[in-house]
Design a protein around this ligand. Structure first.
Ligand code: TV7
Ligand code: ZN
Length: 310
């Protein structure tokens, strides 16, 4: 497994006082370095991305807007996402690193990769949203299609927030299989992701939204387990993208979910088993949200542990 680590990824954030602040990466990295997991993975340096990479998913007008605001160095991209000086380059580092992970997997240099900080699932093709400047999840899907002719992709997301940026961009795409367990839109941003949103047109039935009430525990998560595994067996994806946000754990300051890291461990382990059978082992894991620093360290470590299972 390749794990991407370096100060370049840590720069993605909006400063003190913002939930997506400066120390999230190091919460993960410091814990990983003092655990046995580090000996079982290959550590890779983040890779700078370029404008063309963002254009795989985003509109030219939007990418240009980020570049212009980045130079000005102040203001807001949206009400949750401040402009910081250099945000264009910083956000493109997340993108470049995710694309490097895909290259490494598709060239057979590794089967699994984990990119902390990535998993910025709220940005739409033409706008930022909810702390997300470039949607590396959507970019990853487009890159697999356009650069590696990989059509049938599973995007699975256990971040507390609904992956609206991914969902609406591929709502009519019959080959993008989508599973998202999240806190119900009635109590949490962005408000979308109801059970009835299952894909449109020829894509009907290719999306599985599982909203859970605030306070949902492991028991409620695992009561949906067979729906998830049956959905995967039915659609047979050939590549898995796993957004493993840590903000669905108890103790997160901006959500109301009560999962333990068992959810992250068991999901990673199940995906790893599935991928070994049907996807040449190919899994790209993206860190996603998480605003309690101990939870970030614990959740992402359990994801790595799950992916390393036989
Ligand atoms: C993937 N929750 C991202 C999750 C994005 C959540 C929200 C905040 C927040 C923003 C701040 C801030 C905050 C303490 C928390 C309806 C609003 C309320 C802006 C203040 N403190 C991910 C986005 C979510 C910004 N947005 O899925 C600057 O919390 O609830 C909202 C929207 C309007 C805008 N206001 C918040 O985990 C990575 N924002 C402090 C400073
Ligand atoms: Zn989140």
């Amino acid at each position: 497994m390749f794990i991407y680590a370096g100060d370049e990824l840590a720069r993605y954030g909006f400063g003190e006082g913002h939930p997506l602040g400066p120390d999230r990466f190091y919460a993960f990295w410091n814990a990983l370095q003092s655990s046995d997991l580090i000996t079982k993975a290959t550590i890779k340096t983040p890779i700078q991305g370029h404008k063309v990479d963002a254009l795989l998913f985003h509109t030219a007008d939007y990418v240009q807007r980020v570049q212009d605001l980045s130079e000005i160095g102040e203001g807001m991209l949206d009400s949750d996402t401040p402009v910081i000086p250099g945000i264009f380059t910083i956000a493109l580092t997340v993108v470049g690193t995710v694309l490097d992970a895909i290259d490494q997997i598709m060239h057979g240099n590794t089967r699994q990769a984990f990119v902390p900080i990535a998993g910025l699932h709220h940005a739409s093709r033409s706008a930022s949203a909810g702390f997300c400047v470039f949607n590396d999840c959507g970019i990853a899907i487009e890159a697999l299609r356009q650069r590696y002719a990989t059509q049938r992709i599973l995007y699975i997301d256990i971040d507390a927030h609904h992956a609206n940026g991914v969902f609406y961009a591929f709502e009519e795409d019959p080959d993008l299989f989508f599973i998202d367990v999240h806190e119900d839109g009635g109590s949490l941003y962005p408000g979308t992701g109801s059970t009835t949103e299952s894909g449109k047109g020829s894509a009907r039935g290719t999306k599985l939204n599982i909203p859970l009430p605030p306070g949902a525990t492991d028991e409620l998560f695992f009561s949906n387990w067979s729906r998830i595994t049956e959905f995967m067996e039915k659609h047979r994806p050939e590549f898995i993208i796993f957004q493993c946000g840590a903000d669905s754990l108890a103790g997160d300051p901006i959500t109301h979910m009560q999962f333990s890291t068992e959810v992250h461990f068991q999901t990673a382990k199940m995906l790893q088993h599935y991928a070994k059978k049907h996807c040449h082992g190919r899994i790209l894991a993206l860190g996603g949200g998480g605003y309690n620093h101990d939870n970030i360290a614990n959740a992402w470590a359990q994801v790595i542990r799950g992916l390393l299972c036989e």
